[in-house]
Write a protein that binds this ligand. Structure first.
Ligand SMILES: CC(C)(COP(=O)(O)OP(=O)(O)OC[C@H]1O[C@@H](n2cnc3c(N)ncnc32)[C@H](O)[C@@H]1OP(=O)(O)O)[C@@H](O)C(=O)NCCC(=O)NCCS
Length: 183
């Protein structure tokens, strides 16, 4: 399993380019991370200031260098705008497993764009990183995320309860998996 991301991969789909975040993405990413709607079904807190987003970009790129995760900026080709993010993290070297997480600017949802991004990242995970298993953990009320996971071929495995860190609530999480030999 390969978790060295130097040089950083660039993934291209028909409508998207997936590439590394830079500080120049801060404004577009702030548009997403300051929107409370993005956190309806996930634990977390919104960015209040652009500096919060700049700090976040530094943290994710630092984590990539330390092989903790890989986090792609999703760029919409027609207007070159950064419209979302998708990452592989929680690496398990023994099981050759990673978890995938994603978020898309609400203005760009319901067009199949994250389906395109997720398919590209799944292919990258299996073919380039040598993963055997990719997992999605999603809140049971997060219909869009559940439909996305199922559309790309992930299968429901189990339900787990997770205690929020930022939000004082328990999340009922559905765990979905996709194996390399099922694609
Ligand atoms: C989860 C999330 C990324 C899903 O976004 P999305 O826009 O529903 O996903 P897609 O881009 O793949 O679009 C799929 C939708 O577009 C429709 N669509 C339109 N054109 C399409 C096309 N060419 N191909 C596929 N689907 C298309 C599909 O029918 C589907 O709609 P439906 O869910 O009503 O069936 C988004 O809801 C989000 O960012 N949520 C907030 C963050 C979050 O909760 N993340 C998940 C944490 S686990």
């Amino acid at each position: 399993m390969k978790t060295n991301f130097e040089p950083f991969p660039i993934l291209e789909t028909s409508r998207l380019v997936l590439r590394k975040f830079t500080e120049k993405d801060a404004l577009d990413l702030f548009e997403i991370r300051s929107n409370p709607e993005m956190l309806d079904f996930t634990d977390g807190k919104v960015d209040e200031f652009i500096d919060d987003t700049i700090r976040f970009i530094k943290i994710i790129n630092n984590g990539i260098d330390k092989e903790k995760w890989i986090n792609f900026a999703i760029v919409y080709k027609p207007n070159k705008k950064l419209i979302g993010s998708i990452n592989l993290w929680n690496f398990d070297y023994k099981l050759k497993k990673a978890e995938v997480g994603y978020a898309l600017n609400p203005l760009y949802q319901k067009r199949g764009l994250m389906t395109e991004a997720l398919e590209a990242v799944v292919k990258y995970g299996f073919e380039e990183m040598g993963l055997d298993l990719i997992e999605i953990w999603t809140d049971h009320r997060n219909t869009s995320s559940i439909k996305l996971a199922e559309r790309v071929g992930f299968k429901y495995i189990k339900t787990e309860l997770e205690q929020g860190y930022y939000k004082k609530q328990t999340f009922k999480m559905l765990v979905y998996q996709l194996r390399r030999n099922e694609v």
